[in-house]
Design a protein around this ligand. Structure first.
Ligand code: GLU
Length: 383
């Protein structure tokens, strides 16, 4: 038995992101016969009334559209999936609106693609919107903007989106509800007595091995993407639970060891800026550095100075994110630059005292200050 007030740092959960898979929200087509969805909404309202800020990431647009358009099964063709999402998203939200309104709770819809998170300004803007919605007492309901997403900007699965939303709002807990109670030592669909894993202190290669359970036909992500999403959240210093929202209910998943697997954070909570750098932002270019600079950054926690920079790739402006590559071109860190690419080209190899002479002025000693830098070993595997 565990309790929802378990966060190791604060002892309480203030902000929680709950993700529900398609199967949970589409198992019945009539609202009156949808006890599972009603229970989910009831549980969210209970948490909301207890003062916990809950954001819901809900799949199910495509699955609802498939039913509305009487297609029989999820189509393989992307344009038809996108048409289904367009039809189904309205139905999905109508369902939530009806259920939350009965309990006098407002909801807000937010549909996202990767582009909304990769760009720093849009990321911050979105963050403000979500915080305002929460301040107003509304429950934000998010989904991928499936009907407009082309391949390059699609998340592809809502497990990744859910983890990104947790990252965005700095949630204490990310609860990923699916149709199994999390991880097992062996595949429970093949072995009846497979042992359930209630708690994971550290996600290792062996943990990834235990992610055998395949996703359902209605959704896209399997246990593999769920585990990657949990890993991302834990690296950012938050807790994650993968739990059974199909046979069980959210409040039980939060309380009972047997209803899910709890993943404990592997590091302290990262700042919002570091979360964006590590998990969401996109590099506009790269700088390649010598071995001395790599060691200073990786082993001694130093900033990146012009002296160690050997070459510049791409075109970037002040404030953009760039990768830092070792002498063989392998990225090992990323950060926000104080100088545009043209200026970095001019000052590369310089000592700090020479910068003003080369550029006519010196705004910073560092090309990337340590405060604006993350090492890739701390960053996303799933990005
Ligand atoms: N965004 C998709 C939908 O609403 C679901 C993606 C997923 O299942 O992970 O249908």
């Amino acid at each position: 038995m565990r309790t929802i007030v378990f966060h190791p740092g604060t002892g309480t959960v203030e902000t929680m992101v709950v993700k529900v898979g398609s199967r949970i929200v589409t198992s019945h087509d009539s609202l009156a016969r949808a006890p599972r969805i009603r229970t989910l909404v009831e549980d969210i309202v209970t948490l909301h009334r207890a003062g916990i800020r809950v954001l819901l990431v809900s799949s199910g647009a495509i699955a609802h559209g498939v039913r509305a358009l009487r297609l029989g099964k999820r189509p393989a063709a992307i344009p038809l999936q996108q048409a289904c999402a367009s039809v189904g998203q309205i139905r999905l939200m109508h369902m939530y609106e009806t259920l939350f309104a009965r309990r006098k709770v407002s909801i807000g819809q937010v549909l996202l693609t990767w582009d909304d998170l990769r760009d720093k300004k849009r990321y911050l803007n979105l963050r403000n919107t979500l915080f305002k919605l929460l301040d107003c007492g509304a429950v934000p309901i998010l989904n991928e903007n499936d009907s407009v997403g082309i391949e390059e900007i699609r998340f592809g699965d809502n497990d990744t989106l859910g983890a990104q939303v947790a990252m965005l709002v700095g949630a204490d807990l990310f609860v990923n509800l699916t149709d199994t109670p999390g991880l097992f030592e062996t595949n429970p669909r093949l072995q009846k007595n497979a042992r359930h894993i209630p708690r994971v202190e550290r996600i290792t290669a062996a943990t990834h091995e235990s992610a055998h359970v395949k996703g359902s036909e209605e959704g896209v992500g399997g246990m593999v993407t769920k585990l990657k999403a949990a890993e991302m959240v834990c690296k950012a210093g938050m807790c994650a639970i993968i739990g059974d929202g199909y046979h069980d209910r959210l409040l039980n998943v939060l309380k009972n060891d047997t209803s899910g697997t709890l993943f404990v954070p592997s590091a302290g909570k990262m700042s919002s800026k570091h979360r964006w750098l590590a998990f969401s932002g996109r590099a506009h270019g790269a700088v390649r550095v010598d071995d001395g600079a790599r060691r200073a950054v990786v082993e001694r926690g130093k900033s990146l100075l012009p002296a160690g920079i050997k070459s510049v790739e791409g075109t970037f402006g002040v404030g953009d994110m760039v990768d830092i590559q070792d002498s063989r071109g392998t990225p090992f860190a990323r950060g926000i630059v104080n100088y545009a690419s043209g200026d970095v080209e001019t000052i590369r190899g310089c000592r700090s005292g020479e910068i003003a002479g080369r550029l006519g002025q010196k705004t910073y000693d560092e090309v990337i200050h340590r405060d604006n830098l993350v090492l890739l070993k701390d960053a996303a595997a799933a990005k």
